[in-house]
Design a protein around this ligand. Structure first.
Ligand code: EPU
Length: 302
């Protein structure tokens, strides 16, 4: 979608919003898939309610984009603009055992920055790609830990009230790959309360998790992490593997040979290929195990 209205462009400029015309979303997603649309960079959180009023008044639909690491975006010219936060400088500020982190901060860098200041707990998240905002929204987790455990406070734009608000950790429910945030909410910043631990000890944990990830996941290939959530008490990856589906392909979309719940873009896959592969695998698992796998990857259909 293109923003051409000169009045709207002037309004956006007044709010300090930078418009990037015809952004190729395949360059902003870890799968390397996605069509084109105008993208808007937000530098001041407080401008968001006004920005959304402007977009609503001119009938421009929008989507919030984080790090694009758990996202499958449709092909072609997209019918909504995307909004992205520009991280402030600095994007992580420590105060005792509290870390104030901007939603646009890189998750891995946040884990290592806190570790260097003897704040641990998040070792398992090392290697999870994406932003802190994206991790929060879906309660990212790995190796027995999840980010929600450490959330003391979240600053967000709330769709229900159309305002920037702060929620206490206990007002938010964090479950397996699920939170109580609503669809139109945008994460802006978080205060994490982290356990104090000596750097060397945290580093040991980080190395163990890195090694486990390297040996079991297709790092370095274009993917969105795990495609399906694990059904209660089972592993989607193991089920897909047991069915012999590693290597199954639709065009350049392919079930990873290393971890069957990772689907990789092995060249020039498009969304249509990836969606067809997801549907085919889901159908085979349903038939063999009677289990309907639920997407973990977020799909933005045009
Ligand atoms: N397995 C297979 N074949 C495969 C993949 C896995 O047999 O192709 C077996 C493994 O050998 C193991 C079991 O299945 O016995 C579980 O595998 P793994 O330890 O890799 O964990 P997972 O359940 O597949 C989950 C998360 C990952 C996270 C890891 C480590 C989900 C959907 N996935 O994977 O998160 O990194 O545990 O904690 O919850 C993600 O969310 O995108 C993600 C990658």
């Amino acid at each position: 979608m293109r923003i051409n209205d000169p009045k709207l462009l002037a309004g956006l400029a007044e709010l300090g919003i930078q418009v990037r015309p015809s952004t190729n979303l395949s360059e902003l997603t870890s799968l390397g898939i996605g069509g084109t649309t105008d993208s808007l960079r937000i530098t001041k959180h407080e401008s968001i309610p006004l920005l959304l009023n402007l977009l609503d008044a001119t009938h421009i639909p929008h989507r919030f984009l984080g790090g694009g690491s758990n996202l499958l975006v449709d092909d072609g010219e997209l019918p909504w603009v995307v909004l992205q936060l520009a991280p402030p400088e600095p994007d992580i500020v420590l105060e005792g055992t509290l870390a104030r982190v901007d939603a646009a901060a890189d998750l891995g860098r946040t884990v290592t920055f806190c570790a260097k200041h003897d704040l641990g707990g998040m070792e398992g998240l090392i290697g999870v790609p994406g932003t802190v905002g994206g991790a929060l929204r879906m309660n990212a987790g790995a190796y027995g830990m999840q980010i929600g455990t450490y959330v003391r406070e979240v600053k967000l734009y709330r769709a229900a009230t159309r305002r920037v608000e702060t929620l206490r950790g206990r007002q938010i429910s964090f479950e397996y790959r699920h939170t109580s945030f609503a669809a139109g909410d945008m994460m802006l910043a978080v205060i994490l309360e982290l356990p104090s631990k000596p750097y060397n000890e945290i580093l040991k944990g980080i190395r163990i998790c890195n090694e486990k990830r390297r040996s079991s996941q297709p790092l370095g290939q274009k993917s969105a992490g795990c495609i399906f959530k694990n059904p209660p008490g089972a592993s989607a990856g193991r089920m897909i593997d047991e069915l012999g589906l590693k290597g199954l392909s639709v065009g350049d979309a392919r079930v990873s040979d290393r971890h069957a719940n990772f689907f990789v873009n092995a060249g020039c896959a498009c969304a249509k290929d990836m969606l067809a592969l997801i549907a085919a695998v889901r159908q085979r698992v349903q038939k063999a195990y009677g289990v309907a796998l639920e997407n973990e990857v977020v799909v933005w259909n045009a």
